[in-house]
Write a protein that binds this ligand. Structure first.
Ligand code: ADP
Length: 457
């Protein structure tokens, strides 16, 4: 079966849907291909924090920030491996893209916070849980423009079609139909990363101990298909060895759910001996490397009532601490001695770790791990503990793009007719992505890709 639209988008996560909407707002008809039975990809199950410099929310909280600081933290936080022009494009357009999402109906809470490994309080929190707000907003737009945008689920792109060096379409497989999709203008690849593809992970991993048995936060469709399809038409892949792990995986599933952390300022990590081992406000790679050095690469997140003023307060995954305790996924106690007994760590060590942390809160640090992020002491029962292990979260590497989101080939030339956006691209986050930058990245570059794809002749 053959179908035609101005723009063909591959992947219905945050980047692909942003591209589809932006292309349509620029007058294009769009077909979006999604291999899974539902839209959303990693975006819908993500922590969903969105970094943007935003004086309207930050000034009332007394937070100093600037686009330059966001640039410097992003670029240096990725060891200056990213392309500065792409980083600049992301940080400058993060807030305009956030306002664009709001114009489509997306809602954020009125405050900002520091997300894990985000280094600075510029993360916006959606009102709806996880990434559902972004995807619901996108799908509402698409449903109300159904004569212009078609979203095909369970339709897997398998190959890019080229003609005289230009990408002109996509071959795909539906449940019972083989398709050819022709693009009048351009194709946008937005298929996400390869965190769920163990073979690809193993092939490129050089930063970490073997990842073969490490679980992932990713949805099962994050298999890197777009990288393979793009490389087959000559695309250059950059930074493929930079794989992001979080120290916050559920030991059974690798998922972030069950994470009891509320504010990064208010919790510590201890190992099986009850000792702290890292600056818990550090970069994600630094924290995860620290965790790999502990016994069984296992840790407890420790916090107190400040994070859960009552047992019905929910974590970022819509779970109450009471539910997590009832399910045996978290522990609560009225003393650190009792908590230590329940989780099987040395009580003297745990109490010393907390006392050490509390002294640093008083002085404001930096403490002996270099930690500077503090708010409340851990001194108010109930005390809580939750188990965590390393988990594969994000792949920084991927298709090289320019600031117009055009795919670049191995000689440094634009591949005509091909755009890429989101986790499938490389060169933005360098060796380490700051927490909260992915949602900014996918919306900024998804929007740019869609707008420019629609403007092709
Ligand atoms: P991003 O954050 O970059 O938008 P996501 O993981 O949120 O990435 O979304 C990527 C989407 O692309 C997922 O929904 C995934 O199922 C989809 N996808 C991946 N490979 C293919 C493919 N070959 N054909 C169609 N859709 C794909």
């Amino acid at each position: 079966k053959t179908e035609t639209a101005d723009v063909i988008v591959i992947g219905a996560g945050g980047a692909g849907l942003a591209a589809a909407i932006a292309a349509n707002q620029s007058g294009a008809t769009v077909i979006v291909l999604e291999k899974m039975p539902r839209a959303g990809g990693n975006t819908i199950i993500s922590g969903a924090a969105y970094n943007a410099v935003d004086p309207s929310r930050q000034i009332p909280l007394g937070i100093e920030d600037s686009v330059d600081l966001h640039f410097t933290q992003t670029y240096e936080g990725g060891d200056k491996v990213g392309d500065p022009a792409l980083v600049r494009t992301m940080v400058e357009n993060a807030y305009p893209a956030l306002q664009w999402m709001e114009s489509l109906g997306m809602e954020f809470t009125p405050t900002v916070f520091t997300v894990l490994g985000g280094l600075w309080p510029r993360a916006h929190k959606p009102v709806k849980p996880l990434g559902t707000g972004y995807i619901d907003t996108d799908l509402e737009y698409i449903n109300s423009h159904s004569s212009q945008i078609t979203l095909l689920l369970e339709t897997e792109a398998t190959e890019l079609i080229t003609k005289n060096g230009r990408v002109t379409g996509v071959k795909a497989k539906g449940l019972s139909t083989d398709y050819v999709f022709n693009a009048n203008k351009a194709v946008v690849i937005a298929t996400g990363g390869f965190g769920a593809n163990i073979e690809l992970r193993d092939r490129f991993n050089s930063m970490w101990p073997a990842l073969t048995n490490i679980k992932t936060t990713n949805h099962p469709g994050a298999t890197g298909d777009g990288l393979v399809m793009a490389e087959a038409v000559g695309a250059n892949l950059v930074g493929m060895e930079y794989i992001q792990l979080l120290p916050m995986g559920d030991p059974d599933t690798g998922s972030l759910s069950g994470n009891i952390e509320q504010n990064v300022e208010n919790r510590i990590f201890v190992n099986k001996s009850g000792n702290r081992f890292v600056d818990e406000g550090a970069r994600r790679d630094v924290m995860t490397k620290g965790l790999f050095e502990q016994q069984d690469a296992f840790m407890w997140v420790i916090l107190d009532r400040h994070s859960y003023p009552n047992p019905d307060v929910k974590n970022n995954f819509n779970e109450t601490i009471a539910e997590l305790i009832a399910q045996g996924r978290a522990y609560g106690a009225n003393s650190l001695d009792d908590l230590a007994r329940q989780i099987g760590v040395n009580a003297e060590n745990l109490k010393a770790a907390v006392a050490d942390f509390n002294r640093a809160v008083e002085t404001g640090g930096p403490d002996r791990f270099g930690r500077t992020l503090f708010q409340d002491k851990i001194d108010t029962p109930p005390f809580y503990a939750g188990a965590r292990e390393p988990t594969v979260h994000h792949t920084m590497g991927g298709i090289q793009i320019n600031t117009r989101a055009q795919a670049i080939d191995k000689k440094g030339n634009v591949i005509p007719g091909l755009y890429a956006a989101g986790e499938v691209t490389g060169g933005i986050h360098g060796s380490n992505r700051l927490g909260g930058n992915a949602l900014a990245d996918i919306h900024v570059f998804g929007r740019i890709a869609g707008t420019n794809a629609a403007a092709e002749k």
